[in-house]
Design a protein around this ligand. Structure first.
Ligand SMILES: Nc1nc2c(c(=O)[nH]1)N[C@H]1C(S)=C(S)[C@@H](COP(=O)(O)OP(=O)(O)OC[C@H]3O[C@@H](n4cnc5c(=O)[nH]c(N)nc54)[C@H](O)[C@@H]3O)O[C@H]1N2
Ligand SMILES: Nc1nc2c(c(=O)[nH]1)N[C@H]1C(S)=C(S)[C@@H](COP(=O)(O)OP(=O)(O)OC[C@H]3O[C@@H](n4cnc5c(=O)[nH]c(N)nc54)[C@H](O)[C@@H]3O)O[C@H]1N2
Ligand SMILES: [Mo]
Length: 746
């Protein structure tokens, strides 16, 4: 398969249809595509990009895949688990596991037979309550959340955990945008992006750093296309030449498809070395300070900021040699980027995992903020900061209090409302939760969605940590690695997905979610649930709380019966939600205000802070590997084995390498190699039989897909302060695969 010269277009429509047919529920899913992201419809379970207020269809190819994957006729129940022992299931690929269909009934793991067996819902809740109440310390419980959980269930979940007595809320954010929240909070006093979708229509420069929207946020391409067509300039920094950042044809534009026309997206495309973005940003800041003093927003800086003098000193002390060596781009290209930034009236900077999954991610994001503060590109239409979130409600989870480091204001509000003291010491993020499970300090893991076993780094370590738990509880829609790495006892609790009707005593329920632009809106599923045994996530958490907590002053089941009552609780406790129930009746929901966008700085010193660090030390004599997503996957969910935009067909164990590096190693295209990572603990971390693909990638850098490469990422290789695994920076070496490992792979 050849790498295409543009993204979208007819192949995108063909792929959408193929996945709808594969779901074996194509009629229902075509209806679902019409409902997605519409008023009285459901929120796309794909990414967290916002919805335009126009009448167009609001799905994209990968959103359609997510819907078809969730809404499938295929189910797995007691017969399936009777046929397959867990140790056999554990040998299957992630793709195979999820492909078996929707989980259809609650199951409990029977260690003696190594099979999951059916269990009634009430016995499952009873088992959890018994185990939880036998813990000697509430902090022996870990409550993981993946970013699809609605605001309503997230609120219940954090309240349950805190009433039980713990702040142990590891979540997928810890693996994802943690660094963005931290850096933005330190610098501008709010951990979220400052722009709205409408700002993309007012920006004349859009910087896109370390992000692959063609695959991961396809609806963003419509915003970029619109911007490019009206003359705004898009500047991309990406380790790889991603085709969608070069050329795009909207699959929803029949004229463009028929005339085979496409829009050029990036005006300038820099390909830094892995981790080199901070050096480029520092270079841009240095150029502005040294050669464009007129561009410095003096009045803005004076009125709004602190730390300017220290920032100037830090920039002065960074020399060009280091900037150029570390960034991997030359000074002229940095000058081009600086000139484009400065010639824009209004500039937005977007970023995602290529920025957040490094050791120095917090420092890099602070450097993005420094650039925007230096030029006053914040707090007016068309200008600002845009961390592009991943999971469709990951931002809402945090807003609702899924946070291992809860702000005091949240705990105070909870105490006031529920007249019970809340735990004050910080809890565990994913890193510390896994460590605590591995050491036996934590004993029970409940997962509200996600696939912690495959999404977390250092697979062998992670899986042994999970197996070490006394009890693991997975609230899930599909079978995945986390179910086949059970603790001593384990439960699978199957839940409704976004597309499905959630009927409770008071009638069909709506839930709410928050997108990357802080828009909160309702989501209502319309398909019949795939099995009558499924329960909503809200029902499951309410029942766990009801069965476990001895203090019965909350009627959890009344909240479960009518989610409006939960929204009422939220309106009393969470800032910005005062008139929640009415606000979500508006078409497209409502916007939570963003203090930094209003130039109101909620930092400790009530100012926006320039925060400058030294460039990191990225010297290495090894190859550096980034682990990224293919076009046919949603995180650990593998929909298919193609990566159309990179020219890969029917395989995932591939590794992208610069042709010169391949030749220098004496390797050939298509040859299979073993990848070994390096970490001071001396432990051997290795994956075998990856096929070499020569690719346009900087020398010394490699790329391969996640989750297959997670065994390589050492648990202690994480971002400073963020604890996010360095998924985009793994030092590795390559060796020719032995015949043996090639055979096993096949
Ligand atoms: N279809 C689909 N949609 C998704 C997801 C999915 O898996 N599938 N996942 C969702 C989630 S949870 C998230 S967080 C987002 C993820 O969205 P992305 O952040 O786009 O995801 P990645 O595939 O990890 O891509 C990272 C991009 O950064 C580049 N990159 C890597 N390292 C560097 C670097 O050091 N510098 C620069 N400049 N670039 C670098 C890579 O080449 C790649 O293009 O997408 C969300 N949406
Ligand atoms: N090496 C490497 N590792 C990474 C990354 C990387 O780029 N490189 N990216 C990281 C990032 S950004 C993230 S966000 C994490 C993702 O980590 P997670 O969010 O934990 O993982 P997912 O793969 O999204 O979870 C998929 C599972 O969620 C369940 N599920 C799907 N929909 C629902 C639902 O509506 N409700 C419930 N209860 N369950 C549901 C299904 O059972 C499915 O198997 O992975 C991280 N890991
Ligand atoms: Mo993510």
């Amino acid at each position: 398969m050849q790498k295409p010269d543009k993204a979208g277009g007819l192949p995108s429509i063909q792929a959408t249809l193929k996945h709808l047919l594969q779901s074996q529920r194509s009629k229902e899913n075509i209806k679902n595509l019409v409902r997605v992201n519409k008023d009285k419809g459901f929120d796309c379970p794909g990414c967290a990009w916002g919805d335009a207020k126009d009448g167009y269809f609001k799905f994209c190819e990968n959103g359609a895949k997510a819907i078809a994957w969730e809404s499938t006729e295929k189910t797995i129940d007691r017969q399936f688990f009777a046929q397959h022992a867990v140790s056999d299931l554990a040998k299957q690929s992630d793709y195979w596991l999820e492909y078996q269909g929707r989980l259809a009934e609650p199951m409990v793991y029977d260690r003696d037979s190594d099979h999951y067996q059916p269990i009634s819902w009430s016995d499952a809740f009873g088992l959890i309550a018994k185990q939880l109440n036998a813990l000697s310390d509430a902090n022996q419980l870990e409550l993981y959340t993946s970013g699809r959980a609605s605001n309503e269930v997230s609120y219940l979940y954090q309240l349950f955990g805190r009433l039980f007595g713990t702040n142990n809320f590891p979540d997928c954010s810890n693996l994802c945008h943690e660094a963005s929240g931290l850096a933005l909070n330190q610098a501008i006093g709010v951990g979220k992006g400052t722009v709205t979708l409408a700002d993309f229509d007012a920006a004349d420069r859009i910087f896109v750093l370390g992000q692959n929207p063609g695959t991961n946020h396809p609806r963003m391409l419509n915003s970029l296309k619109k911007a490019a067509q009206r003359g705004a300039k898009i500047i991309s920094f990406n380790n790889l030449k991603e085709v969608a950042l070069e050329k795009f044809t909207s699959p929803q534009d029949p004229v463009a498809i028929l005339t085979k026309s496409s829009t050029n997206i990036s005006h300038l495309y820099l390909t830094p070395k892995l981790g080199g973005d901070m050096a480029i940003l520092r270079g841009i800041n240095k150029m502005i300070l040294e050669t464009h003093p007129d561009a410095i927003a003096k009045a803005f800086i004076e009125q709004n900021t602190t730390g300017f003098a220290e920032f100037v000193t830090q920039v002065k002390n960074t020399n060009w040699q280091d900037i150029i060596a570390q960034s991997g781009v030359d000074k002229d290209q940095i000058a081009d980027a600086a000139n484009l930034f400065l010639s824009g009236e209004n500039v937005i900077t977007c970023w995602a995992m290529g920025i957040t999954q490094h050791k120095h991610s917090v420092a890099t994001i602070r450097e993005i903020v420094n650039l925007h503060l230096l030029t006053g590109q914040l707090g007016r239409p068309g200008a600002g900061l845009c961390p592009v979130r991943g999971h469709s409600n990951v931002q809402g989870n945090r807003t609702m209090g899924i946070n291992e480091n809860p702000p005091a204001a949240l705990l105070n509000a909870l105490e006031q409302r529920y007249h019970q003291s809340m735990p004050r010491q910080p809890g565990h993020n994913v890193h510390f939760a896994l460590k605590a499970l591995a050491s036996g300090h934590s004993k029970i893991l409940i997962c509200l969605g996600g696939n912690i076993a495959a999404a977390s780094p250092d697979t062998e370590f992670t899986q042994s940590a999970l197996k070490n738990a006394q009890l693991t509880v997975q609230i899930s829609t599909k079978l995945n690695r986390s179910h086949v790495t059970p603790g001593q006892q384990a439960l699978i609790l199957p839940c409704l997905g976004r597309t499905e009707i959630d009927k409770q005593k008071s009638g069909p329920q709506a839930v709410t979610v928050e997108d990357t632009f802080s828009m909160v809106h309702a989501s209502i599923g319309r398909s019949e649930p795939i099995s009558p045994q499924l329960r909503s996530e809200t029902d499951i958490i309410a029942n766990i709380a009801q069965a476990t907590l001895t203090n019965k002053n909350i009627d959890w089941l009344a909240w479960r019966d009518d989610y409006r009552l939960i929204r009422k609780e939220i309106s009393h406790v969470i800032e910005g939600f005062a008139d929640f129930e009415n606000q979500i009746k508006q078409p497209h929901g409502f916007h939570l205000s963003n203090s930094a966008a209003e130039l109101n700085w909620r930092t400790d010193n009530k100012k926006a802070n320039f925060l400058a660090s030294q460039l990191p030390d990225l010297n290495t004599d090894k190859f550096v590997l980034q682990t990224l997503r293919a076009h046919d996957q949603y995180n650990t969910t593998i929909y298919g084995l193609n990566d159309r935009y990179r020219g890969i067909q029917n395989e995932r164990d591939v590794i992208f390498i610069n042709e010169k590096d391949m030749q220098a190693l004496g390797f050939e295209s298509g040859q299979q190699v073993d990848i070994t990572s390096h970490w001071p603990d001396g432990k051997v971390r290795k994956v075998t039989g990856f096929k070499l693909y020569p690719y346009q990638i900087p020398c010394g850098n490699l790329a391969a897909y996640y989750p297959e490469t997670n065994p390589l990422i050492p648990i202690d290789s994480f971002g400073e302060a963020s604890y996010t695994p360095t998924s985009k920076w793994v030092e590795v070496s390559l060796h020719k695969s032995a015949e043996q490992s090639i055979r096993i792979k096949q």
